[in-house]
Write a protein that binds this ligand. Structure first.
Ligand code: ITT
Ligand code: NA
Length: 183
């Protein structure tokens, strides 16, 4: 069994939906830990090791962010803070008049097992910052994140649809491939 440490219910729903296709049992605990300042990888490694040692269980944590090219990667590692302060409206204001709207979501899964060191798995997905928020099916930045191939924002995709190709799907799939292989 693997324990997913997160305070974000939406992540849990997406992860459960991905794990159900594999023979891996997932439980969820909201441990609440202090995140160090650093890259997504640093945060995921730290969190996984901390939770693993604390619970003496195999755990995964995830650190994610939205990286906007024309803003030099902002909000990036500050995504959580920016979502709670500027919000999507604030991002749209920053993007006002900017033509290059390329952005990507990144998700880093940190995994740690008792007596081992943590490992990380990076997933990404490419998109554009939409001109306005669209859809209410997702969470946080989802209504802003437009995917050309779908002709829709993440906010307009169901969990099933988002899970076909999202940053979280990509990082979790890499983790699962590795995990299943080392069993
Ligand atoms: P944890 O407890 O797992 O850390 P969190 O919500 O703080 O949950 P992150 O730090 O990984 O998650 O995420 C940074 C921000 O990016 C935060 O505001 C998230 O809501 C947002 N975010 C992460 N994944 C997202 C997704 O798939 N769609 C939209 N927004 C997302
Ligand atoms: Na977080």
């Amino acid at each position: 069994m693997i324990t997913f440490i997160t305070g974000n219910e939406h992540k849990v729903i997406e992860a459960e939906n991905i794990f159900k296709n594999f023979d891996i049992e997932l439980e969820h605990i909201d441990l609440g830990y202090c995140e160090p300042q650093g890259t997504l990888e640093d945060v995921a490694k730290f969190g996984a090791k901390y939770a693993c040692r604390k619970l003496n269980k195999s755990v995964i944590v995830e650190d994610a962010g939205l990286f906007i090219k024309s803003l030099n990667g902002f909000p990036g590692v500050y995504s959580s803070y920016v979502q709670d302060t500027l919000g999507n409206k604030g991002i749209l204001k920053l993007m006002n008049g900017i033509d290059d709207r390329y952005a990507e979501f990144r998700s880093v899964i940190g995994y740690c097992a008792p007596k081992s060191e943590p490992k990380v798995f990076l997933g990404r997905v490419k998109g554009q910052i939409a001109l306005e928020e669209k859809g209410n099916l997702g969470f946080a930045f989802d209504p802003l994140f437009y995917v050309e191939e779908e002709g829709k924002t993440f906010g307009e995709l169901t969990t099933e649809e988002k899970n076909q190709f999202s940053h979280r799907k990509n990082s979790l799939q890499q983790f699962i491939d590795w995990y299943v292989n080392q069993l």
